[in-house]
Design a protein around this ligand. Structure first.
Ligand SMILES: NC(=O)C1=CN([C@@H]2O[C@H](COP(=O)(O)OP(=O)(O)OC[C@H]3O[C@@H](n4cnc5c(N)ncnc54)[C@H](OP(=O)(O)O)[C@@H]3O)[C@@H](O)[C@H]2O)[C@@H](O)CC1
Length: 513
């Protein structure tokens, strides 16, 4: 998979892909025991920095490692073995008083190797079933870290039997006290069909090699990627064989909003907007201000209600205003824009009443401006699914309820992603939520950085104005995915400093000044 230049992100792998990468790596002579040891060493390195900083200096700090029968459990056993031989350990420190290991009998030769090594080091390995009995004792500890190595990428069904019981015990310990939970590779109970109700969400996941898609969909879950000896050509071969799936990370977005010394009002960004019916002018004004405030040069605005004109002119005289009934004529005679935003502050009946004119006008514009980008928000997203909609680069930005009303399939787990991408077809769809997604014809991006300050009225309008600006600025030829990522990053940066969209807009202007 190739990520286009503007994106700072990383590839996500499905469980099947992870297994293919494992198989190829082992076939090339990388011993499974070695890979397991490297994975454990990486995990221990981070564990000591993040959760066990004072492990050997504080008697109160306890570690519990809970291992299943597969290789994920083997990682846990290998980790325990490495901690025994940690150079920071005092010679007289009793490991069995500081660390408790619970495990099912390991199946693979590699896991059995680490189990035997652990026994040689004098560590007591308790049967996993014993964990439930010890819960009452564990909840007394103030500083407990649990490493969960019950199931990894081999899980294909809901947890059952001893695994399910162990997960319940972990959940009880978590709920009772201040125990931290770190899952190795992926949390047990997290399949590509979703997270089992019984499975606790960890504080952090230490994943081996590339991040698994399942963890990218859990809002706000911290995932640390740990190299463990996979070979890059194998990972690339596996990525190339499936739809590109990646997690977008905040990138340096400012160049998407750059202005040049020699710019005139059109070259700095020329856009149109159809938005803001009567009593909803605020939505359009916020989008217009976001467009101009982020460096746009010239905007022509079509308002659905004639009586809105005075309000627009009195608040923002720098835009050019028209009645929406002028839209088709303007598409024929005015200089065509590079980007157009339709939808903020428009109800669905208003969109319907303008539907013929909007489609006719967009069809004319698409002939006059080959590089037009159409951005559709809220009720206007439905235009993209009209059979007469012209063949033009199009981005829709629905939230979950709008997506549903378009007929979009629910997106709650990895298994749902491909159907959502197929539904959006040739359109780019940015589905807004605590975890957002961009479904593009050839790739899917996940944006997982929930921010409560973005969940306010006006956020979507501000975002629409930024998209409109970036899609007609100096980087307008970049793929839509990059434009979206730039706008997400800029809005996020502003939302970290201020709660309300109007304040965020001021902050954006300061950043870009
Ligand atoms: N190979 C490599 O290169 C490396 C691999 N590494 C590690 O290996 C992990 C993958 O290991 P894995 O394939 O052994 O799978 P894993 O999930 O540990 O166990 C599967 C076992 O659990 C069982 N089981 C499944 N679902 C269940 C359920 N719901 N409830 C109860 N039981 C269930 C299943 O039983 P079965 O389906 O056969 O009945 C099977 O016995 C990977 O995540 C990473 O941590 C690292 O060391 C780095 C190098």
């Amino acid at each position: 998979m190739k990520l286009s230049n503007g994106n700072k992100g990383h590839a996500l792998v499905r469980y099947d892909d992870a297994r293919s990468i494992d198989t190829l790596t082992i076939q090339q002579g990388n011993d499974e025991t070695l890979l397991m040891g490297l994975a454990a060493a990486g995990a221990l390195h981070h564990l000591k920095q993040e959760y066990l900083t004072r492990f050997w200096n504080s008697e109160g700090l306890q570690l519990v490692i809970v291992c299943g029968s597969g290789n994920n459990g083997g990682d846990g056993l290998a980790l325990a073995g490495l901690l025994c031989a940690d150079p920071d350990r005092y010679p007289d420190a009793d490991i069995n008083k500081r660390m408790s290991v619970y495990a099912l009998p390991p199946k693979s030769a590699a896991s059995q190797f680490y189990e035997a090594k652990l026994r040689r080091q004098g560590v007591t390995i308790r049967p996993l079933q014993k964990l439930s009995e010890d819960v009452a004792e564990m909840v007394k500890h103030n500083e407990l870290t649990i490493v969960e190595a019950l199931l990894g990428t081999g899980q294909s069904r809901l947890p059952a039997g001893d695994i399910a019981t162990a997960l319940q015990a972990i959940d009880t310990i978590r709920n009772a006290g201040r125990a931290k939970l770190v899952a190795l590779d992926v949390p047990a109970g997290l399949t590509e069909s979703g997270l089992a109700d019984s499975a606790p969400t960890p504080d952090c996941v230490y994943t081996f090699g590339s991040e698994k898609a399942v963890t990218a969909l859990i809002p706000g879950l911290r995932v640390r990627r740990i190299p463990c000896g996979f070979e890059s050509q194998n990972e690339e071969a596996v990525f190339a064989a499936s739809t590109a799936l990646y997690r977008s990370e905040p990138s340096d977005a400012l160049h998407f909003f750059r202005r040049n010394d020699a710019d005139h009002k059109y070259s700095a960004g020329h856009a149109w907007m159809v938005a803001g019916e009567h009593d909803m002018e605020g939505a359009a004004l916020l989008a217009l201000q976001a467009f101009l405030g982020s460096g746009g040069g010239y905007v022509r605005h079509f308002h659905p209600s004639p009586q809105s004109r005075e309000r627009y002119l009195s608040i923002l005289p720098s835009a050019i205003y028209h009645d929406a009934t002028d839209f088709v004529k303007a598409c024929e005679v005015q200089k065509p824009p590079r980007s157009i935003l339709i939808g903020p502050g428009m109800r669905s009946d208003t969109v319907d009443s303008l539907r013929e004119a909007l489609i006719e006008g967009l069809t004319i514009l698409s002939r006059r401006q080959q590089r037009l980008t159409v951005i559709l928000d809220a009720a206007a997203c439905s235009l993209a699914f009209d059979d007469r909609f012209p063949s033009v680069q199009c981005l829709i930005t629905p939230h979950v309820a709008e997506w549903k009303s378009l007929g979009g399939p629910a997106v709650s787990c990895v298994d749902d992603l491909e159907a959502a991408r197929a539904f959006s077809g040739r359109i780019h769809a940015y589905l807004k939520g605590p975890v957002s997604f961009l479904f593009a014809p050839d790739q899917i991006a996940v944006y997982n950085a929930p921010l409560p300050s973005l969940a306010v009225a006006g956020s979507g309008d501000l975002f629409g104005g930024l998209l409109l600006r970036a899609a007609c600025g100096h980087e307008a030829d970049r793929p839509i995915c990059d434009i979206v990522s730039a706008c997400v990053a800029l809005q996020r940066r502003s939302a970290e400093s201020s709660m309300h969209p109007e304040q965020q807009l001021k902050f954006i202007q300061e950043i870009l000044a």
